[in-house]
Design a protein around this ligand. Structure first.
Ligand SMILES: [Zn+2]
Length: 361
């Protein structure tokens, strides 16, 4: 069984383990410090980038963790465990690990940034009109629960279900979680400006990947897919060379949404992996999201409502907020040792396949 000691209970612990593992593996570490925010224990917050292999490699395989803050706990363990496994790299290939892409959310154990922004909807063009999402405006009053109890939660779900019946699965997903730029106190809020985490990510990409000509990126997440399994979300268009590379490296399941528990995926606005590819026009980029499944779709939606309630209403009832928080954390970062071992075993395999894949390009 995999060594689940790679997992951590706090951001500070996760960062310490990651930095240690990177040093021991001989990786070069660069840290981007958040200039204004701290963790709950007063700790400084960083995006850390560890590069293993030649700094001027023409092929670089990138693995990112913590785009959605709390989802970085499993992602960090994946990175730390892989670095600790005495990795051998093919010639001309480097591996770069981006640790804690949203360190504020990671440290505070929530998906969003310090401004309640979903970093994975924040890579929008803020100089242009932002993507409209009229459906979200309709849903917001229903999901903005004031008093958290089973009755109010059921009422919220009744409204969500009625909306879905009326507009269909795809339009529902677009409205609910495609991203919205109108309700700062809502869910899947893309923000009114680029977050610090957005700028730090862009700076890191520019610094570490400018010379590479073949680049792959796995962005690690949790919350979509069956318990103890991982699923791939590939957004490269059908027939594109990038999509074919993903298929060649990870098999048909990399592109056919096998295991995805959403009935219909939203068309997402402002995602990090789309921005990643756009930043690297001179390289052949293969980017993919890997999600480790946790709970069923409805429970994850409930967690989304809980996240909003905790932030905007929770301070009025700290005892209840603590209970809701435990439920929320279990949805994105399960404690079950079997789940954690599965994450490490599966990720070792798909990272190794990706590294082998990119070295053949
Ligand atoms: Zn996520």
């Amino acid at each position: 069984m995999a060594d689940i000691a790679a997992f951590s209970d706090s951001y500070a612990e996760a960062r310490r383990k990651f930095v240690e593992a990177a040093r021991r593996a001989g990786a070069k570490l660069t840290s981007y410090k958040h200039p204004a925010q701290r963790g709950p224990g007063g700790e400084a917050l960083y995006l850390d980038v560890a590069v293993l292999g030649p700094g001027d490699a023409s092929r670089v395989f990138v693995v990112g963790s913590g785009t959605h803050g709390i989802e970085g706990y499993p992602g960090s363990a994946v990175q730390r465990a892989w670095l600790g496994g005495r990795p051998r790299l093919p010639k001309g290939t480097a591996v770069a690990f981006f640790h804690a892409q949203n360190p504020w959310g990671f440290a505070h154990k929530t998906r969003t940034t310090e401004e309640n922004v979903d970093l994975n909807r924040n890579f929008a063009d803020f100089s242009a009109p932002l993507p409209a999402n009229a459906g979200y405006g309709e849903l917001h009053p229903a999901l903005a629960i004031r008093d958290w109890n089973e009755e109010s939660i059921s009422a919220a779900f009744a409204a969500l279900d009625a909306y879905r019946e009326r507009v269909g699965e795809k339009a529902f997903s677009d409205a609910f979680n495609g991203g919205q730029y109108t309700h700062p106190d809502g869910i899947f809020y893309g923000g009114a400006r680029p977050q610090w985490a957005n700028s730090a990510f862009r700076a890191a990409v520019e610094t570490h990947l400018e010379k590479a000509r073949s680049i792959a990126f796995i962005d690690l997440h949790t919350g979509i897919g069956p318990w103890c399994e991982h699923v791939y979300l590939c957004f490269h268009p059908e027939g594109s060379p990038a999509r074919e590379r993903a298929r060649a490296w990870w098999g048909e399941r990399a592109v056919n949404l096998q295991g995805v528990t959403h009935k219909s995926l939203a068309t997402y606005s402002g995602t990090l992996i789309d921005a990643f590819a756009a930043m690297l026009p001179k390289a052949a980029v293969t980017s993919i999201v890997v999600e480790f499944g946790t709970l069923a779709r409805r429970e994850m939606q409930r967690a989304g409502l809980a996240q909003r309630w905790m932030r905007f209403e929770g301070p009025r009832d700290p005892v209840l907020a603590a209970r809701v928080r435990r439920e929320y954390e279990a949805a994105f970062y399960p404690a079950d040792p079997q789940w954690r071992a599965a994450v490490l075993e599966q990720s070792r395999d798909f990272i190794d396949r990706g590294v082998a894949g990119i070295s053949s390009t």
